[in-house]
Design a protein around this ligand. Structure first.
Ligand code: HEM
Ligand code: HEM
Length: 177
């Protein structure tokens, strides 16, 4: 999802800078919307998975403030992703048009009567996309900090890599004999 979001961000900025006579003027937004809708599906799957499965607990070596900040950041990342997806849908369907996802299937328009819907949803989409990218960069740096400075398993366990061989401080509360 992170890779798709980064690509949608770049594609979104590029496509809105294109002129009417550019070859990609229609195709680029169509690709942006199609990938965006597929991402909505993945997001719903991910959120349901999180709701109905056992949640990984923070490592015991994390401080109380780290746990609080990580929890808050993750909630914000979920909220931002959801709001960007909803606002994208509202821009695309403001004039009652359906969204065609790669000629595979269509998503119907529902809410279409809000005044200045396209502009308001467009502004929200734009500013929240920047906020999401900013926060996810901080989030990624935090993950790298755990890996490189703290040398704990935060990043390793997310990527399903083997635990750190020597410095695995995670759950070792037992005293050495
Ligand atoms: C997390 C996913 C997404 C990201 C990061 C993202 C990012 C962006 C960005 C940065 C822009 C350029 C905004 C501007 O310069 O005004 C944009 C435009 C746009 N996006 Fe997205 N987007 C996402 C998902 C979606 C979805 C799901 C849809 C709809 C199905 C969508 C529909 C649009 C449309 C129609 C525009 C053009 C707005 C305009 O012409 O002003 N986006 N997006
Ligand atoms: C658009 C970019 C990204 C988004 C939206 C995002 C979002 C999230 C969210 C929502 C969670 C919480 C998962 C949960 O427990 O429900 C998470 C966890 C995590 N993310 Fe990201 N992420 C992004 C990029 C990255 C990158 C680039 C890295 C690595 C450098 C990374 C490393 C991690 C790690 C290690 C965790 C697990 C933390 C733990 O086990 O407590 N993320 N991410």
């Amino acid at each position: 999802m992170a890779i798709a979001i980064a690509c949608l961000f770049g594609l979104g900025l590029w496509m809105t800078s294109l002129g009417y006579y550019d070859a990609w003027y229609n195709q680029a937004p169509s690709i942006h919307k199609s990938i965006g809708i597929l991402l909505v599906g993945v997001f719903i799957f991910r959120a349901s998975w999180k709701l109905f499965n056992i949640k990984p607990q923070p490592l015991s070596t994390h401080t109380a403030i780290e746990k609080k900040l990580a929890h808050l950041t993750h909630i914000m990342l979920y909220i931002l992703m959801a709001c960007i997806m909803v606002s994208g849908y509202l821009i695309s369907t403001a004039d009652g048009r359906v969204i065609e996802v790669f000629d595979w299937f269509e998503i119907p328009a529902t809410l279409t009567n809000i005044e200045n819907q396209e502009d308001i949803a467009g502004d929200i989409h734009y500013y929240l996309a920047f906020t999401l990218i900013g926060l996810s960069i901080i989030h990624a740096f935090a993950a790298i900090k755990h890996h490189v400075i703290d040398k704990d398993d935060t990043l390793r366990r997310m990527a399903s890599l083997p635990k750190h061989p020597n410095k695995n401080k995670n759950h070792s509360k037992r005293k050495k004999p």
